[in-house]
Design a protein around this ligand. Structure first.
Ligand SMILES: N[C@@H](CCC(=O)N[C@@H](CS)C(=O)NCC(=O)O)C(=O)O
Length: 204
């Protein structure tokens, strides 16, 4: 399997961390969605986004949620980081959905600066996105009690929440500094103690 995209992307990294935790063999091709890489990426993902996963039979799957569902079925229910059914599955997917939603809004604030000329930036839009990101991360913080999110064990909720929180520190430090989330900080520490997770930390 070949994972397309840089680990700086929280969506790519959640796939990479899951592959590592599952002990699956894969290669990483750190294609970017911008610049010279963009046309190559679009050959694999028509939407031009990362992550995409090229399977050994050359099929390509895109979108981290879809890829993780594939990997969970590949390793089977006993090993999967997302429970196969029941309330715990809903809870894990919901936490992961809020974490990816929050980080999408944080990324929107970064894209506004990266892709728009200064005179075309719209401050109220950036403020709205920031508020939504803050709302998401505050919710995650309030769901934690000092341990794992769901069922007393590490799940995809923990992997994704920790990655999105770490990403916000790197990509949107001012936004991150506006949020007090000691339990999310502790979750990141706990996740970084897992070698399979720690090795996906992007090099900056
Ligand atoms: N829902 C997608 C989101 C992926 C995504 O937004 N990736 C970003 C990189 S962090 C990207 O490729 N952005 C380029 C673009 O949207 O044009 C997923 O979970 O994989």
């Amino acid at each position: 399997m070949i994972l397309l995209g840089r680990y700086l992307s929280p969506f790519v990294r959640r796939v990479a961390a899951t592959l590592e935790i599952y002990g699956l063999t894969f290669a990483n091709n750190p294609l970017q969605h911008t610049g010279d890489d963009a046309p190559h990426l679009r050959k694999h993902n028509p939407v031009g986004r990362v992550p995409a996963l090229i399977l050994d039979d050359e099929r390509v799957i895109v979108d981290s949620h879809v890829i993780l569902d594939y990997l969970d079925r590949l390793v089977g229910a006993d090993k999967a980081l997302t429970p196969a059914g029941g309330n715990q599955r809903d809870a894990v997917l919901n936490i992961a959905g809020i974490a990816t939603g929050a980080v999408e809004k944080a990324i929107a604030t970064v894209y506004e600066v990266r892709f728009r000329p200064q005179d075309k930036r719209h401050v109220p839009w950036v403020e709205r996105c920031s508020e939504q990101a803050v709302g998401g991360f505050n919710h995650l913080e309030n769901q934690l009690d000092g341990g794992w999110f769901v069922g007393g064990r590490m799940t995809q909720a923990d992997v994704t929440a920790a990655i999105t929180w770490q990403f916000t520190e790197l990509a949107a430090p001012k936004l991150k500094a506006s949020i007090s989330a000691p339990k999310l900080d502790a979750l990141v520490e706990r996740m970084m103690a897992e070698p399979a997770y720690a090795k996906t930390l992007p090099k900056t």
